[in-house]
Design a protein around this ligand. Sequence first.
Ligand SMILES: [Zn+2]
Length: 286
Amino acid sequence: MAIERGERGPEVVKLQRMLLALGYRLPRWGADGDMGSETFGAVARFMEDHGRIFDDDADRISDEEQAFVAQLHEQLGHPLPLPVGSAQFFDLRAQADRRHIIRRRSWHDVTGICLHQTACVLGETPQRWDSVGAHLGISREGKVMWMFDFDTAVVHANGLNASTVGIEMDGTYAGIGGDLRTFWRPADEPDRQPQAPTPELIDAARATVRWICAEVERHGGRITRLLAHRQASRNRRSDPGSELWQAVAMPLHEELGLTDGGKGYKLGTGYAVPEAWNPAYRGVRY
Ligand SMILES: [Zn+2]
């Protein structure tokens, strides 16, 4: 039976639960069994993401439209295994600072992942990551913090904001491992020393990239690029640095068939990935 606007009941709850399982949020009312404008809006976004036209001012949801939601729910609506054990995974989406959000975006717009170093030490307390402007954070002990949904554009990487998911990897890393001239220090901390990435951070970051790719794919999108913040900002030359690039990004380019845009690729005022990070890029300067 078609569901009319304003209708209440178990059929509506069923539809709302399917939408939630598919990643369409109902932040104000949840699965309340009331077919109101929030649920119509979620149906409209779902239809748009899957190449169908649906007017969110519609008066009803047809049997055929309900069946389409149910079909996709059957195919996609099972939660993926988390990238790390549940004791190491922290869902901070409810408390993350929403001022970082630019807008909602279609899953088809999510085509890349951008890697960052925090260039400070946020540490192991998940609450300290609430204020971070990136979709995910990885601690040095391998904890994964999840701040924003991937179908939300967030301010983290200049010209890459609209198309990428951002991962902040915790710690202070040299732009080129072992070269102190490439190590960024804040003015009030002239003695700061570079850290080396930990195996736990590397493993968790790699698992998180795989997880993002799978999550985007099951919503109908596709990740093709794994990039460095450096490539989009002249103020982030050392971001994330050669050691994280070689330990996290390069093996995943190979494993998952992702690209950093190729030799010389950069956006705006950014810097290309240098030879010091990837020896294949002969002649590209830091
Ligand atoms: Zn960055």
